[in-house]
Design a protein around this ligand. Structure first.
Ligand SMILES: NC(=O)c1ccc[n+]([C@@H]2O[C@H](COP(=O)([O-])OP(=O)(O)OC[C@H]3O[C@@H](n4cnc5c(N)ncnc54)[C@H](O)[C@@H]3O)[C@@H](O)[C@H]2O)c1
Length: 337
């Protein structure tokens, strides 16, 4: 099978590219390296059936070149993360909406199947119950950058479904919730690696707001095979399938577990949202997927616990960084492994 991964130099995309190569696919990655890194593709670059194209989803010719002759496309190159829409709102909105439309058109031209990787963020302010793919979305004002970004992600999904209905494109949407693991990093790079690095350095662990907001963290090694199995499941077409963990933790609990597991002497420091994202930022209090559809379609069952994820992320950080990492924390974390 010939497969393209758009956004494949990023955190999840690079794991997906590796997984597909191991499964025997010929893999092409298109990435503008705005947040991704070539180092993430270290294991792929030497592979003879791997091709890398540097380019943007906003460049129709580049997308067409990357997708030509490809059987299926995984699209992970949306703006992603609240910072993407607060720092450079236009670039973020264009990337998510126009970039996705370019990918949809190219898939139609090439006759490729498409899997759009979206986000559980689009459920917005929901706090009650678990959230299924067709649950209602409760969004704040699109005049704020944060909610405008979420509206753009909802529009991306709407475009995907409309191409399916009107043009017959074989398209599935997968919604990821908080996913963590090796290689996650950068400004919007996730709370787990941020807290783990701080704990390993002996720095204060920075918790946004009151820390009582809850999330369900899943391990990238659980999520990537599930994305591929959804792609191979015709019954998933035209649906949005949530993939995530059902183990819900507050961010303060995540910080406490990280300190305990890594034997760190760090304290916890609370940072107001306004200091992180600018005035008026609104975080969601709870984000929890409903994996009933994924269980039915592919028997999805995430296996990694939050403690396992923290330790795997710590191990990855220890293997790539030494400067500023507290020697005692290194010994403790290594002993735990
Ligand atoms: N990591 C999570 O916890 C999480 C949670 C929910 C949803 N998701 C979704 O999963 C997908 C991948 O997330 P990730 O954590 O790997 O993010 P990431 O930022 O590590 O990867 C995204 C990749 O896309 C590339 N990219 C961005 N805009 C581009 C453009 N216009 N043209 C070409 N390349 C572009 C970036 O350089 C990067 O390599 C995203 O769609 C994101 O919204 C991730």
């Amino acid at each position: 099978m010939r497969t393209a991964v758009i956004g494949g130099a990023g955190f999840i995309g690079s794991h997906l590219a590796e997984y597909l190569l191991d499964a025997g696919d010929a893999v092409t990655v298109l990435d503008d390296l705005s947040r991704g890194r070539l180092e993430n593709l270290g294991a792929c670059l030497a592979h003879e059936t791997f091709t890398f194209h540097e380019g943007s989803t906003l460049d129709t010719a580049a997308v067409g070149r990357a997708i030509r002759g490809v059987d299926r496309v995984f699209h992970l190159a949306t703006a992603g993360g609240a910072h993407a829409y607060t720092d450079r709102p236009l670039a973020g909105l264009r990337s998510t909406v126009h970039g996705t439309e370019t990918v949809l058109d190219a898939c139609l031209d090439a006759g490729s199947e498409l899997i759009v990787v979206s986000s559980g963020d689009i459920h917005g302010r929901h706090v009650s119950g678990r959230l299924s793919g067709d649950a209602e979305c409760i969004l704040g004002s699109p005049l704020t950058p944060r909610w405008a970004g979420v509206a753009a992600e909802a529009t991306e999904e709407a475009f995907a479904q409309a191409y399916g209905r009107e043009y017959g494109l074989a398209v599935s949407v997968v919604r990821l919730f908080d996913t963590a693991g090796p290689r996650q990093g950068g400004r919007s790079g996730g709370v787990v690696p941020t807290l783990v690095k701080q704990a390993l350095r002996g720095d204060p662990l920075t918790v946004h707001g009151d820390g009582r907001q809850t999330r369900c963290f899943s391990y990238v090694g659980d999520v990537v095979p599930a994305i591929v199995r959804i792609a191979e499941q015709p019954a998933a077409r035209g649906l949005a399938t949530d993939l995530g963990s059902t183990q819900e933790v507050s961010i303060i609990e995540l910080a406490e577990r990280t300190i305990r597991l890594l034997g760190s002497r760090s304290m916890i420091s609370f940072i107001p949202y306004d200091d992180v994202y600018g005035p008026g930022h609104e975080d969601v209090r709870r984000r929890s997927p409903d994996i009933a559809l994924a269980s039915r379609l592919i028997r999805f069952r995430p296996t990694a616990s939050i403690d396992t994820i923290i330790l795997k992320v710590a191990k990855d950080i220890l293997s790539t960084a030494s400067n500023g990492i507290h020697a005692e924390a290194v010994h403790h974390a290594e002993a735990v492994h």
